[in-house]
Design a protein. Structure first.
Length: 251
């Protein structure tokens, strides 16, 4: 018998890679994203193999996140794992900081994770011994030009992961985070170009040049494999941990 997973940010990047990595051991998967067409495409891809439940939801809406879990009640499904891969990227120096954008980044990168975890913890939604994995960033441990808001939001996420891990241990629900360096996604490529342009004065950037990340850009599948381990029985004694996958970055 397979497991049931919930994956946010499922239609692109690391989230989509996690869908493909976990599908082989899944009876059901609740896939959350903002683009229903892409969600339906994933559903068709696994038709006859895994039960896919697409949920179009914008995680900027904190007030109604419990609606994402309606699938559990409707299908008498208890989740064995949740991957929080939704996130907002953005790069700007403090001298032009936009507080509205800063708040939006904190909402989707941190606060929505907390609300998702709160609802996941309810016994009607999850099985004892389940696993939660948040996709954070190595930027949460570094100080790079233009990255203050992003880094702060991911550092806050890390803090919640470690605290929630203590609170959820009563049900043996494990809570961990994976902190990737530069991952080979279109969004990362665009961010790298922007950071390079902002650092024209010679300051170190968070770009993926050889001197910053010597082992090169990280394939999404590598991060998904780390998530797969944290979802598996091999990690039953692992909780409250921050796993860095830095490809040689020194921080």
């Amino acid at each position: 018998m397979g497991n049931n997973y919930l994956i946010t940010g499922a239609t692109s990047g690391i989230g989509e890679a996690c869908v493909h990595k976990l599908a082989g051991n899944a009876d059901g998967m609740i896939l959350v994203g903002r683009n229903m067409d892409k969600l339906e495409s994933l559903k068709k891809q696994y038709e006859g193999k895994t039960n896919i439940f697409p949920v179009a939801y914008d995680l900027f809406d904190l007030q109604h996140i419990e609606m994402v879990f309606d699938v559990c009640k409707a299908n008498k499904m208890k989740l064995n794992g949740m991957v929080y891969s939704a996130g907002m990227d953005g790069t700007w120096p403090v001298k032009v900081n936009d507080t509205a954008q800063m708040q939006r980044m904190m909402v989707v990168n941190c606060f929505a994770f907390v609300e998702m975890a709160k609802n996941f913890y309810k016994k009607r939604n999850s099985a004892d011994g389940a696993s939660i994995v948040a996709i954070s960033s190595i930027a949460s441990l570094t100080a790079e030009i233009g990255m203050s808001s992003y880094s702060a939001s991911k550092a806050a996420l890390n803090s919640y992961v470690k605290t929630i891990a203590k609170e959820f241990v009563r049900r043996r629900i494990r809570v961990n985070a994976v902190l990737p360096g530069g991952v080979s996604t279109p969004m990362a490529a665009e961010k790298g170009k922007l950071l390079e342009s902002m650092a024209g004065s010679g300051g170190r950037t968070d770009g993926n040049t050889e001197n910053v990340q010597p082992l090169g850009m990280i394939p999404r599948d590598v991060i998904a494999s780390q998530v797969q381990f944290l979802m598996s029985d091999e990690s039953v004694y692992t909780t409250g941990e921050l796993f860095t996958v830095g490809a040689g970055r020194i921080y």
